[in-house]
Design a protein around this ligand. Structure first.
Ligand code: CP
Ligand code: NVA
Length: 307
């Protein structure tokens, strides 16, 4: 089989994802016991950032070091990518020097062009369309707390952005449901979300109705990176799409709250929710580290047997 990439969530099958979640647990437990696990000794990850990041950079860089490898940070500002070197040429060069590449960029098309010209696996560290590493960690966090996500209901409140699109893809692959509520004009675009159908999600005009009976309530910023010029317009349109205590009360009594972070308290989420007892946002952030280590292991070494 050729080189495997993780450019969108559906690039991995349900069976492969289940393997990854099992490996995430194993890698996390071992890490917590301070036991060395260096399967990626002498391997190098190149990380290309065209947008800002805290969690993604840190989790990939620390994760690669903890697996015995190395990570190199490149930003558009101080590499030739920012001066117009074609993505195809950069992919040829970078993939001859490094074993695996992670990219955070704007259009999904950019990362696809890179992957087509890369000799090594390419991981999507966020594009305008998708954020697959985030949902890997989020689904793992749900499983860790509540068991299988199959058949469960996730309520997405807010913008139909990259994180929302990825939840929708994950629902198709892992067979759960998403209740989506967006302001008018910001609805899900199934083609942009890369969906096969509309069987795994339902749209609600009223955010409270979307949250009702959900196992997990989640949201994200009203304005994603790259859309800052729409900030004021969005602030007005999204006023009623804040996850607050009333919304959490409408969900199941043991419903979890997630947010990929960074968050804006008082905008998409009330402080009492994100800082409250149902919120698992810090676990969610930490699990980026463990889930991505399992992903790096899988893309570089294939299916490592559970040990
Ligand atoms: N959630 C997430 O991807 O965070 P960063 O933008 O800090 O990487
Ligand atoms: N939707 C947000 C996620 C940030 C991690 C963005 O794209 O800016």
């Amino acid at each position: 089989m050729g080189v495997r990439h993780f450019l969108q969530f559906r690039d991995l099958s349900r069976e492969e994802l289940e393997h990854l979640f099992a490996r995430t647990r194993w890698i996390k437990e071992r890490f917590k016991r301070y036991e060395r696990y260096w399967p990626l000794e002498d391997r190098t990850l190149a990380m290309i950032f065209e947008k800002q990041s805290t969690r993604t950079r840190l989790s990939f860089e620390a994760g690669m070091q903890q697996l015995g490898g190395a990570a190199i940070f490149l930003s558009t500002r101080d590499s030739q990518l920012g001066r117009g070197e074609p993505v195809e040429d950069a992919a040829q060069v970078i993939s001859r020097m490094c074993d695996i590449v992670m990219i955070r960029t704007f259009e999904q098309e950019i990362i696809e062009r890179f992957a087509r010209n890369s000799r090594v696996p390419v991981i999507n560290g966020l594009t305008n369309e998708y954020h697959p590493c985030q949902i890997l960690a989020d689904v793992y966090t749900f499983i860790e707390r509540r068991g299988s996500i199959r058949g469960r209901t996730v309520a997405w409140i807010g913008d139909s952005n990259n994180v929302c699109n990825t939840w929708l893809q994950a629902a198709e692959v892992l067979d759960f449901n998403v209740h989506v509520s967006t302001p008018p004009g910001y609805e899900v675009e199934p083609e942009r979300a890369g969906l096969y159908g509309t069987d795994h999600y339902e749209e609600f005009r009223d955010p409270l109705a979307a949250a009702t009976g959900a196992d997990l309530v989640t949201t994200d910023v009203w304005t994603s990176m790259g859309f800052e010029s729409e900030n004021e317009e969005r602030r007005r349109a999204f006023q009623d799409w804040q996850v607050d205590a009333e919304m959490m009360r409408a969900a199941k009594p043991d419903a979890l709250f997630m947010h990929c972070l960074p968050a804006h308290r008082g905008e998409e989420v009330a402080a009492e929710v994100i800082d409250g007892p149902l919120s698992v946002v810090w676990d969610e952030a930490e699990n980026r580290l463990h889930a991505q280590k399992a992903l790096l292991e899988f893309l570089l070494l294939g299916k490592v047997d559970a040990r």
